[in-house]
Design a protein around this ligand. Structure first.
Ligand code: NAP
Length: 434
């Protein structure tokens, strides 16, 4: 019997579990640990609440969790409730699937001002992550700056721009919906330090900004490069640029009160304000053939009461696992950190790719584990973990506990919504009797 502990119950953890079930058949026992009593990681707390079709992948994870060879063990934080070194004595293999929960920092003056948030915190707020439920981002000023030209920046801008009716069928947290209902936000600036050719948006995400009820995209025609260059772009990206050209040609819809400005060639250099954020100073840039940005010498001030830095994430270091501080993820060779210690997903390769990217990634790491040969017999696995936790008064939660939370959330849903998320740890634990 091979005992595998997977730390983290997001997509990368579940794909690794699915792969291990296929690879080891009846000769495996898999424990998926999470510090929350709720599974699914980024599916629950990262994927935008109005992208329910993406969230549907959790059905697949549910089937894995219900497999008799698998146990979901929630409410257990590795590094606090049990150390990694101890865990490695209990299991043959430990797979770190902890994602990249820490926001990358801008590293510019003013970043500490109230009203400046990383996208992880802001997304966690509207998605009802217990750590971020109390964030209270200020929505009382007309301007918002969302820094970054990736899909997370678009998610943040779109959620800020939508009407309550447009969010009715989403699972946005109730506190966020209430706050957005009273929002004074009118001008959402998506800041890219480079241009449309370098943006990492994808087609569906950009396209959606042209279909909003009360918000209209604004693209300056002068920011678009000579169309002759489009042919050299990869197909997906060429279509993104085509949508941006369409937005520029159409101009903003004057009937719509909210504008989403694509502020290309805007490199933030300073956050302005005294007691709270009042604006962002940007250096205007130009981009050379190789895609490198240089400042033109011109600057601009964008007034705003909220800044969201959607510029990527870092994995949190964990005592006992080699860490690559520069890259912000575990130091690993194709997922191997050390004998019997592995990593998958964003914790392995950094914060890139879609949910689906984690599947081949998880399968590849499990292949490597299999290639190491059969484990030496005698590790206690789950029984050892549960005994250790009981000895220190930690109350783990089960998948059945999550199902009770799930039922309670579904029962409390607003009309049309799939669920009303429970956002306080105490309330989640109470439903589990933990
Ligand atoms: P991303 O795609 O890597 O975008 C990060 C952006 O931040 C880039 O535009 C980058 O610009 C910019 N940036 C980095 N440091 C900066 C700085 N100091 N100042 C200004 N700008 C800076 O990352 P993401 O948006 O966080 O998304 C993470 C992954 O999740 C991506 O693979 C994304 O596609 C995926 N995702 C997918 C969906 C979806 O499919 N619906 C939704 C959300 C996220 P440079 O290019 O100039 O470095």
């Amino acid at each position: 019997m091979r005992h595998i502990a997977i730390i983290g119950s997001g997509p990368s953890g579940f794909y690794a579990a699915e792969a291990a079930l296929k690879a080891f058949g009846d000769e495996v026992a898999i424990d998926i640990l999470d510090r929350l009593p709720t599974p699914y990681g980024l599916i629950r707390a990262g994927v935008a609440p109005d992208h329910q079709s993406i969230k549907a992948v959790s059905r697949r994870y549910e089937a894995v969790a219900r497999d008799p060879r698998v146990a979901f063990i929630g409410n257990v934080e590795v590094g606090r409730d049990i150390g990694l070194a101890e865990l490695r004595t209990l299991y043959d293999d430990v797979v770190l699937a902890v994602g990249a929960p820490e926001d990358r920092r801008l590293g510019i003056p003013g970043e500490e001002l109230p009203g400046v948030f990383g996208s992880g915190a802001f997304v966690g707020w509207y998605n009802g992550h217990p750590d971020c439920a109390g964030l209270a981002p200020p929505l009382d000023a007309a301007g918002v700056a969302v820094i970054g030209n990736g899909n997370v920046a678009i998610d943040c801008a779109r959620v800020l721009a939508k009407t309550v009716a447009e969010l009715a069928e989403s699972d946005i947290a109730g506190h966020a919906l209430k706050a957005l209902e009273r929002s004074a936000v009118r001008d959402i600036h998506i800041l890219g330090r480079r241009g449309p050719y370098q943006a990492s948006f994808t087609l569906k995400e950009v396209g959606e900004l042209g279909e909003l009820e009360r918000a209209t995209p604004v693209v300056r025609p002068a920011d678009l490069p000579d169309p002759a260059g489009d042919a050299a772009l990869e197909t997906g990206h060429r279509r993104v640029v085509e949508v941006l050209r369409r937005f520029a040609a159409a101009g903003p819809d004057p009937e719509k009160p909210v504008r989403i400005h694509f502020a290309f060639f805007h490199r933030p250099v300073r956050i302005l304000g005294t007691d709270r954020v009042e604006g962002v100073e940007v250096a205007l840039t130009r981009v050379d053939e190789a895609g490198n940005a240089t400042d033109t010498g011109e600057t601009r001030i964008l007034p705003c009461g909220l800044v969201i830095a959607a510029i990527g994430y870092r994995t949190l270091p964990l005592e006992g696992a080699a860490f690559d501080a520069r890259a912000g993820r575990f130091a690993n060779a194709d997922g191997r950190i050390d004998a019997g210690l592995w990593c998958v997903g964003w914790a392995k390769r950094g914060p890139s790719g879609t949910i689906g990217t984690n599947r081949p990634d998880g399968f590849a790491v499990i292949d490597r584990i299999r290639a190491e040969g059969a484990p030496a017999a005698g590790r206690p696995g789950r029984a050892g973990l549960l005994a250790a936790l009981a000895g220190r008064g930690v109350r783990p939660t089960s998948f059945a506990d999550w199902e009770a939370i799930d039922r309670a959330e579904v029962a409390a849903a607003r009309p049309g919504a799939p669920r009303e998320k429970i956002v306080e740890m105490a309330a989640l634990r109470a439903l589990c009797g933990a």
